[in-house]
Ligand binder design. Structure first.
Ligand code: GAP
Length: 512
């Protein structure tokens, strides 16, 4: 089996080779942790966004959309807590001059110890087979007990240091003798907080310019518009406001391709509820969002919840939906019960009331908020990496196939004339002209048909439609299915219905 690292390298190179994702400004050697979506990537990304929008906005009569500006009044970020608390703890190595996130250094160290325990567990599982009792093993095997207790101790000391005193985090790094991963040096500076927001300026002259920030999340655009939307849309609690859009964070540890970027896109929804009813809605959205992910068919085993034990100051419950990326389970989406923190903070800083009059209770209150927040780029990576497969065929040859959920595929069908003569290209182009009103379709006449099939497999195109000499006689074509490679002879007039059945959002979302 290919190593995780190799699989991931393959994902990155396939994304580039087939026109999905390029490094930003590559002619200047790129810009770290910034990427461009290419001709096929932009279609896949748009389809994921639409799949989300359809399920959140169009399918819920109490959720409406919004497209707030990226630039917002700077007080927004004071009220939200981002100016004072949106920080990463950084540490520099004095010898290498490299900068790291102190908490990540400790977490990576702890994870290595955890991995030793997991290895022992797997060895024992293989040895004892069905008779293996994992619960008993992890509490009685002295080596495993020692590893796991060390692992937990490190993480709990890290958590305490992060809240109480960053000097304790530095002391922990020194005590564990954690070295610079690149140079091995243990010569560290103190740990310092570093704000992740990008600053910019509004205004013409240097003295009168106003300091602004590029938004680090889309959510605040929703909070400050809460009353505008509620009043103009005559919305009744419970109701939601959804938006998709760019967010910016000056991430220090930016690695893993599009998993952690400095410019990325979020798809967020704030659901405004009666105080006291937030937990019921929190559970509702946790389940609903998981069902949305599962509807894409990437495998139930690839998702898990991670309920937060340590909560942000504004939350009374929070969970991540984690996905099994090529580098392990990591956060894909967050579901947070944010109480009335944000609206109250904006009331306080703006001096305006952000309250709702509940006609059933005959009272005013600041609604509580349950938020769902998923990274569009992380969704892209989850879908793309899981879909990219190498298959060995019956004749021993291999093929690379991108088994994207058909609803998300950039191109739904490619139309291929068997040869470039005898009028076949004209028929193929006529089919394209007919289908392109409903689907993104492509024309391909270059190379032998087998190679063209392989190219479309690698692009994730669910159908290849081949026009041959029989087409001239009876208006039939062959339609080849990407995943099974099965070919059927069908009438040209049936094509639309066959494609529609497989790619329609309705059919996919009905699986929720
Ligand atoms: N409004 C809540 C919020 O922004 P978050 O957990 O910081 O919460 C939500 O971000 C989601 O945005 C994450 O689950 C992740 O999918 C995505 N995300 C966050 N930072 C990102 C980054 N640097 N690059 C790509 N996606 C990111």
């Amino acid at each position: 089996m290919a190593k995780q690292e190799d699989i991931f390298k393959n994902v990155v190179s396939h994304a580039k080779e087939y026109g999905f994702i390029f490094p930003s400004s590559e002619v200047y050697d790129g810009l770290s942790a910034v990427y461009d979506y290419a001709q096929n990537g932009v279609e896949l990304k748009k389809n994921i966004r639409e799949y989300w929008w359809k399920s959140m906005v169009q399918m819920n009569d109490n959720i409406v959309g919004l497209d707030a500006a990226i630039l917002m009044h700077p007080t927004t970020w004071k009220a939200s807590g981002h100016v004072d608390a949106f920080n990463d703890p950084l540490i520099d190595n004095k010898d290498s001059k490299k900068r790291y996130r102190a908490d990540v250094l400790v977490e990576d160290f702890a994870e290595k110890i955890n991995q030793k325990a997991q290895k022992e567990i797997e060895k024992a599982r293989a040895r004892f087979g069905d008779a293996f009792n994992e619960e008993e093993f992890v509490t009685t095997n002295t080596r495993v007990v020692e590893y796991l207790s060390k692992y937990k101790e490190i993480l709990s000391r890290l958590a305490k240091g992060m809240t109480d005193n960053l000097q304790d985090v530095k002391a922990l790094i020194e005590e564990l003798e954690i070295a610079d991963p690149e140079t091995g040096s243990k010569n560290w500076t103190d740990v310092k907080q570093f704000n992740l927001m990008f600053g910019t300026k509004l205004g013409a002259s240097a003295d009168s310019a106003m300091d602004l920030y590029l938004r680090p999340e889309t959510a605040q655009g929703i909070f400050v518009n809460f009353l505008n939307v509620q009043k103009s849309g005559r919305m009744k609690v419970p109701f939601g406001i959804a938006q998709t859009g760019k967010a910016f964070r000056n991430e220090i540890v930016a690695r893993q391709f599009i998993f952690r970027m400095r410019e990325f896109e979020q798809m967020e929804m704030q659901f405004f509820v009666r105080p006291g009813e937030e937990m019921q809605w929190y559970h509702h959205w946790k389940e609903t969002r998981l069902k949305w992910h599962l509807s894409l068919g990437l495998g139930k085993e690839n998702y898990r919840f991670h309920d937060h034990e340590k909560l942000a100051h504004y939350a009374n419950a929070a969970a991540d939906i984690e996905f099994n990326f090529p580098f392990g389970f990591k956060e894909l989406e967050g579901i947070h019960s944010r109480t009335d923190f944000d609206l109250k903070a904006h009331e306080q800083y703006s001096g305006r009331k952000l309250q709702y009059f509940d006609p059933e209770l005959n009272e005013n209150y600041v609604p509580y908020v349950v938020e769902t927040s998923v990274g569009l780029d992380r969704m892209f990576l989850a879908v793309f990496a899981t879909s990219l497969q190498e298959e060995t065929l019956e004749d021993g040859s291999t093929r690379t196939v991108l088994k994207l959920p058909a609803v998300l595929a950039p191109t739904k069908a490619a139309v291929l004339p068997l040869v470039k003569k005898d009028g076949l290209p004209d028929i193929a182009k006529k089919i394209i002209d007919d289908l392109k009103w409903d689907f993104n379709v492509a024309y391909d006449e270059k190379d032998a048909v087998g190679r063209r099939y392989r190219r479309q497999d690698a692009l994730g195109t669910p159908f290849c439609i081949t026009v041959d000499h029989q087409t001239i006689e009876d208006e039939t074509v062959t339609i080849r299915h990407r995943d099974t490679m099965k070919q059927d002879r069908v009438k040209i007039s049936e094509l639309r219905a066959i494609i529609e059945d497989e790619v329609s959002m309705k059919n996919w979302l009905m699986k929720m």
